[in-house]
Design a protein around this ligand. Structure first.
Ligand SMILES: Cc1cc2nc3c(=O)[nH]c(=O)nc-3n(C[C@H](O)[C@H](O)[C@H](O)COP(=O)(O)O)c2cc1C
Length: 224
């Protein structure tokens, strides 16, 4: 079992979000998973420039780290994504990655069958809305989300190992491993995937010529 973690904070070793994402991974490792961790600011990601080529060819034509990160995610069973709250949203650095999912990853539900977990930290407010946004994003890719750690941390500095958020992160890691092992089903999320497909089917049919690769993917999956 393989689980990837991504921290959307630029503060790397000083990031509380990163501590929590790593704690989820540490706990998953104790339950037998292999893990890999990334700080988003170490991943070279350009803005999506909306060329639309990904719909046609099935991958992003930009020469940066996006496709290699996605290859790792595609080869994994689980994904943990965390962000600090920056003015009631995820960080701009992480949003660049999210925008790049807008091609085949979301349109073709490429992460169907995988499981996700999210982390959000704030200084005072907005952590639940930010966690909710991350969960919706993961569900939009076809994943099922097992839960979140969302906390407001009003003091400076790193979290102590015995803090309640670190304990929640441990539990979240175990939940993630269990969901993967048991192929757990979250009915509301499965329904959301089905609703997406019902609606998006018409978009794919309309864009048949322009979005050649995505049309073929849907055809091969028998979703049309
Ligand atoms: C640019 C910026 C914007 C922020 N915006 C908010 C905010 O809107 N609400 C809030 O409660 N905290 C805000 N914070 C505080 C961070 O969310 C908080 O300190 C978080 O725990 C930092 O996570 P990190 O340690 O992983 O970097 C902001 C911090 C920065 C640097």
């Amino acid at each position: 079992m393989k689980i990837i973690g991504i921290n959307g904070s630029p503060r790397k070793s000083q990031s509380r979000t990163g501590q929590l994402v790593q704690e989820v991974l540490n706990s998953a490792r104790t339950a037998g998973a292999e893990t890999e961790y990334f700080n988003i600011t170490d991943v070279k990601l350009n803005f999506c420039f909306a060329c639309g080529k990904c719909h046609e060819v099935g991958y992003c034509i930009q020469k940066d780290d996006f496709e290699s990160l996605m290859d790792k995610i595609m080869a994994a069973d689980g994904l943990v994504v965390g962000s600090p709250v920056y003015i009631y949203q995820i960080t701009a650095q992480l949003k660049v990655w999210v925008d790049r999912l807008g091609g085949p990853t979301i349109h073709c539900q490429k992460l169907l069958g995988k499981y996700g977990a999210v982390v959000a930290t704030s200084g005072s407010a907005g952590e639940n809305e930010t966690a909710q946004y991350l969960e919706s994003t993961l569900i939009n890719t076809g994943m099922q989300c097992v839960g979140r750690v969302a906390g407001s941390i009003e003091v400076d500095g790193l979290l102590t190992p015995d803090s309640s958020l670190m304990q929640y992160a441990k539990e979240l890691g175990l939940s993630l491993v269990r969901a993967i092992e048991n192929k757990q089903e979250f009915p509301e999320q499965i329904q959301a995937h089905q609703q997406f497909k019902e609606y998006f089917r018409y978009v794919i049919l309309q864009q048949k010529e322009a979005w050649n690769w995505e049309y073929k993917y849907w055809q091969e999956k028998g979703w049309l």
